[in-house]
Design a protein around this ligand. Structure first.
Ligand SMILES: Cc1cc2nc3c(=O)[nH]c(=O)nc-3n(C[C@H](O)[C@H](O)[C@H](O)COP(=O)(O)OP(=O)(O)OC[C@H]3O[C@@H](n4cnc5c(N)ncnc54)[C@H](O)[C@@H]3O)c2cc1C
Ligand code: FES
Length: 367
């Protein structure tokens, strides 16, 4: 039988009940108390807080995200820590007043579409048992069934919602195959088929479109990092509160790694405020022309090189970066070298379980 303890969150003074098998973050998000977080699996360190009083179990916090000396100093990762007594924590809660954050809830999802959209990449569309409220850019966790009967343990995996909040029941996701990955190779690219039902929870995450701004927004997506950016773009273009210019840089090795290209091209034709720049790092203009495609429709080189060539200065812009951790780190450096301040750059790194043994934590920015 699990026991529950009172967790007090300072400086706001809110109190929530948390089971001893539940993370402090989970208890807070379900009770409508928003705490900073990103990966929710002990890798990124975004949720690091101070324990003022009480005892916790640090769970699966990676020793890179929460070092031994930090544990000794009384730090914890709220996404991994479970209470062992009543606990008081001090959190750095930085809430955007224009954004309503919605409590996490559990849903039953039915898979209604599974389509291959690029190399090693599928689009999943799920229908929930009821509507969900979320902000554009947030994610759900999916319960991945046990790998085998003998194993018996389900795991949670994290995929970003690619559709806008105006579609609250039918949600789109883009999932990239990770060789050896339990959720992708072992489930999505394994047996998962249309009609199957499974539990999901959410919404999670702080990578959200900040509306009410009219800055030029530079969005940079690598691989399936496009998913939350697509949700933000659709939301921004649908929403009159978002008046700014938006430019999407989508990076891929070659055209067969890119997807939704026609969709973004038609958005760019429809909306003057939107510019689309698909970029190819391992395919040349000559190869594109030889295949009969228009070579001027693409940028060439790493997505960061294309951005650097396009803009001498990005001063006054906002940046949204998403994808593999190394790409996000490179894009962060490029935007900063073009005079964009760290406080104006929002980002989501797609950390996986393998990153726990040494996540890419940028020394450039305080978490
Ligand atoms: C906020 C967020 C949003 C995300 N959104 C998306 C999205 O929209 N689309 C998308 O495709 N991905 C997304 N991801 C990544 C996604 O959550 C998964 O990490 C990814 O799909 C791989 O999952 P998996 O279960 O297949 O791999 P995992 O089982 O996590 O394995 C990943 C790799 O690590 C290795 N590994 C596993 N366990 C260990 C261990 N203990 N030690 C060392 N190595 C290990 C595996 O062999 C494999 O190579 C997101 C990640 C985050 C944090
Ligand atoms: S949210 Fe806790 S370590 Fe990433």
């Amino acid at each position: 039988m699990s026991e529950s303890y009172v967790v007090t969150i300072e400086p706001i003074g809110r109190q929530v009940l948390c089971r001893d098998d539940q993370s402090i973050l989970d208890a807070c998000l379900r009770a409508g108390v928003w705490l900073p977080h990103s990966c929710t699996h002990g890798t990124c360190a975004t949720c690091k807080c101070e324990v003022v009083d009480g005892d916790v179990d640090h769970g699966e916090a990676s020793s890179f995200a929460l070092m031994d000396f930090e544990r000794d100093e009384g730090k914890l990762l709220t996404c991994c820590a479970t209470p062992r007594s009543d606990v008081t924590i001090e959190a750095d809660i930085d809430v955007d007043e224009d954004l309503e954050m919605y409590p996490v809830q559990d849903y039953v999802a039915t898979l209604v579409e599974k389509t291959e959209i690029a190399r090693d990449t599928v689009r999943l569309v799920i229908e929930l048992d009821r509507d969900i409220a979320f902000n554009a850019g947030q994610y759900l966790t999916f319960e991945v069934p046990p790998a085998s009967q003998a194993d018996g343990v389900a795991v949670r995996r994290t995929w970003s919602i690619a559709s806008p909040p105006s579609e609250p029941r039918r949600l789109e996701f883009h999932v990239r195959l990770v060789p050896g990955g339990r959720g992708t190779a072992g489930w999505v690219f394994g047996g998962l088929s249309v009609g199957e039902q499974f539990p999901v929870s959410g919404p999670y995450g702080r990578f959200v479109l900040h509306t009410g701004q009219d800055n030029h927004t530079i969005m940079v997506a690598g691989g399936t990092g496009l998913a939350p950016i697509k949700a933000m773009l659709r939301h921004g273009l649908e929403n009159e509160a978002y008046g700014g210019e938006m430019t999407l840089y989508q990076g891929g090795r070659s055209r067969d790694w890119l997807y939704d290209v026609d969709f973004f091209r038609s958005l760019a034709e429809e909306f003057d405020q939107f510019t689309y720049r698909p970029c190819l790092s391992a395919e040349s203009a000559e190869e594109v022309a030889a295949s009969g495609d228009d070579p001027t429709a693409y940028g060439y080189g790493m997505v960061t090189d294309v951005i650097a060539n396009d803009h001498a200065s990005l001063s006054g812009c906002k940046g949204y970066l998403c994808g593999p951790p190394l790409m996000v780190e490179a894009a962060l450096k490029t935007l900063m070298s073009r005079r964009l301040f760290p406080r104006d750059i929002y980002r989501e790194e797609f950390f996986n379980e393998g990153d726990k043994s040494g996540g890419v934590n940028s020394p450039l920015i305080k978490r």
